[in-house]
Design a protein around this ligand. Structure first.
Ligand code: PMP
Length: 323
């Protein structure tokens, strides 16, 4: 469960500039607050102690998806992908973070009006960052159930983007599971196929093959999901199949995991009171998690293109010609 002690940010990107967080405010009539008409993103930046550097993970991919999410809502936000990466770097520098952080861009409608619609609204972007360590329960396995809620289908609210209003669905799923004593829930679509967790994508291992639902089964197009597909194929040399998954296949899986920027790699070791495989975190998930943490922290040369450095390299006295 993601219940992390949070301190408020010192700064926010708001109305086109970086301001003290206390100045980044909207009124209670705000359109997005009233109707859920907006989109958001969620990135992490990881601090690398050896290099004394903070690396944003897959910043360009996250902002491409963020802008795609706004397009699903017919929003026209006044920023490009590159600009948003630049804003993130500026914001993180302003905060002077020297630890792992979470970054939350938000596309919202600034209008204070009554009337549900998407057209003719003032589309704006805000962003904040906060220190953010590992989420709880990340090292042990988690116990999940199948939710009694179904995932919001593409033809109702597109699940492939991070649409604010659709997160009422995720919240219903999460709280039902939590109150029933589980860590999270797996969610079926209207046809009974597995989609994902409340806020994380799903992978399972069966007979040596890794299986994950396709992006046409009402899932968020997760960046961590894409990262893992690459790592499993390229680094572990295993086959990944994107296909629909039935509920009872999960009961028979040898290993399973939930993944996302927030939860990172979360082994799933029990489902509906049944052990998955041995009921303990298995070798596949353990190895994949190790690889993932090396990559996100900028320790894997092959995937360095995914790590955007925040701070300028320090110029040593020798480099400046001072001895
Ligand atoms: N599914 C949902 C519904 C989510 O909210 C998230 C978290 N953004 C994910 C999957 C994982 O996506 P990502 O790896 O891009 O963080």
């Amino acid at each position: 469960m993601l219940m992390v002690e949070m301190t408020l940010p010192r700064f926010a990107f708001f109305e086109g500039k970086i301001v003290p967080y206390s100045e980044a405010k909207v009124g209670v009539m705000n359109h997005t607050l009233n109707y859920g008409t907006g989109a958001f993103g969620g990135l992490r930046a990881y601090f690398n102690n050896e290099e004394d550097q903070l690396f944003i993970f897959r910043a360009h991919d996250h902002f491409r998806r963020f802008l795609n999410s706004t397009r699903l809502l017919a929003m026209e936000v006044p920023h490009t992908e590159d600009e948003l990466v630049g804003v993130t770097v500026e914001l993180l520098r302003a905060e002077r973070h020297r630890q792992d952080v979470y970054i939350r861009p938000l596309a919202y409608n600034a209008d204070e009006i009554i009337g549900v619609r998407l057209h003719g609204l003032k589309n704006r972007v805000s962003m904040i960052s906060i220190p953010f360590g590992p989420s709880a329960k990340n090292d042990e396995g988690t116990h999940v159930t199948f939710s009694s809620w179904t995932r919001v289908p593409d033809n109702s609210i597109p699940a492939r983007g991070k649409i604010i209003g659709a997160y009422a669905n995720s919240a219903l799923i999460k709280t039902e599971a939590f109150l029933a004593g589980f860590d999270d829930a797996l969610v079926l679509d209207a046809r009974g196929h597995l989609t994902e967790g409340s806020a994380a994508n799903f992978f399972m291992l069966r007979e040596g093959v890794v299986i994950t639902p396709p992006i046409t089964d009402d899932i968020l197009e997760g960046i961590t999901r894409r990262t893992l597909i690459t790592l499993i194929r390229e680094e572990l040399g295993m086959e990944v199949v994107e296909r629909s998954i039935d509920r009872t296949e999960v009961y028979l899986a040898e290993e399973a995991l939930l993944c996302g920027t927030g939860v990172q790699i979360m082994p799933v070791t029990r489902v509906d009171h049944r052990p998955i495989g041995s009921g303990k975190t298995g070798d596949f998930v353990t190895e994949l998690r190790e690889l993932y943490f090396n990559v996100v922290r900028g320790k894997s040369p092959r995937y360095r293109v995914w790590n955007t450095p925040v701070y300028l390299p320090e110029v040593s006295p020798e480099q400046r010609g001072i001895s």
